[in-house]
Design a binder for this molecule. Structure first.
Ligand code: G3P
Length: 216
């Protein structure tokens, strides 16, 4: 499973990259706004931190506008994946941009039928939003499982990018359901390492080593 960092904070991205835990990055307009820097500048900085796909989202909602913005974003770096909303114009732009060899992440997916449309439009990634479905009492993981089955039935190569991941349990369940990628905030990715028995075991080993005077 690939791990993408869902953040536009370059410090956080650099830290995760130093652990070797990052295969790409996703941003959205809300995350870019938080970064407090010009859009193109922050995307260029992120692209230099990882060779993996870096999603940058358009703000136009019509086909011509999305094409114009998408091409502009794709010129920033070869690893930019243009993020397009799951609308009819977004799907049309997806087909056109992928036809030009540009990676596309179709976002704001909340149903299996939407994911089917994105795959037919040639999307590189489809982003089902797990947490936001959970927020309205719909199990987001059921959606991942449905999309996995549909994509496998028809051998679509669109990658399932589980988004709106908010907890370690979301990561585990998305992996079990067969998501190709998950994107999560840095804090969630860091927290995956935590286990009280690891801490306790390490404490005991270090105490025993000290007592026995072990030096490596
Ligand atoms: O980037 C899209 C997604 O990951 C947003 O997550 O927590 O705002 O629903 P969230």
């Amino acid at each position: 499973m690939k791990f993408f960092a869902d953040t536009a904070d370059t410090k956080e991205i650099a830290e995760l990259a130093s652990y070797g835990l990052i295969d790409g990055v996703t941003t959205n307009p809300s995350l870019i706004a938080k970064a407090g820097k010009p859009f193109a500048e922050v995307i260029a900085e992120i692209c230099a931190l990882t060779p993996g796909a870096v999603s940058a989202e358009v703000v136009a909602t019509d086909f011509d506008g999305m094409m114009k913005e998408g091409k502009k974003l794709a010129k920033i770096a070869p690893n930019v994946a243009v993020k397009l909303p799951l609308t009819l114009d977004g799907l049309k732009a997806c087909k056109a941009l992928t036809g030009e060899g540009i990676q596309v992440n179709v976002t704001l997916c909340f149903s299996a039928n939407q994911a089917l449309l994105a795959a037919k439009a040639g999307a590189t990634f489809i982003s089902p939003f797990i947490g936001r479905l959970d927020d309205i009492h719909i199990d987001g993981m059921d959606l991942i499982a449905e999309i996995r089955q549909i994509y496998d039935n028809y051998l679509f190569d669109t990658e399932i990018l589980a988004a709106s991941i908010r907890s370690p349990n979301h990561v585990k369940l998305a992996a079990l359901a067969g998501a190709d990628v998950m994107t999560a905030p840095a804090a969630v990715i860091r927290s995956l390492v935590n286990h009280p028995l690891t801490d306790k075991g390490l404490e005991t080993f270090l105490a025993d080593a000290k007592k026995a005077g072990i030096k490596v």
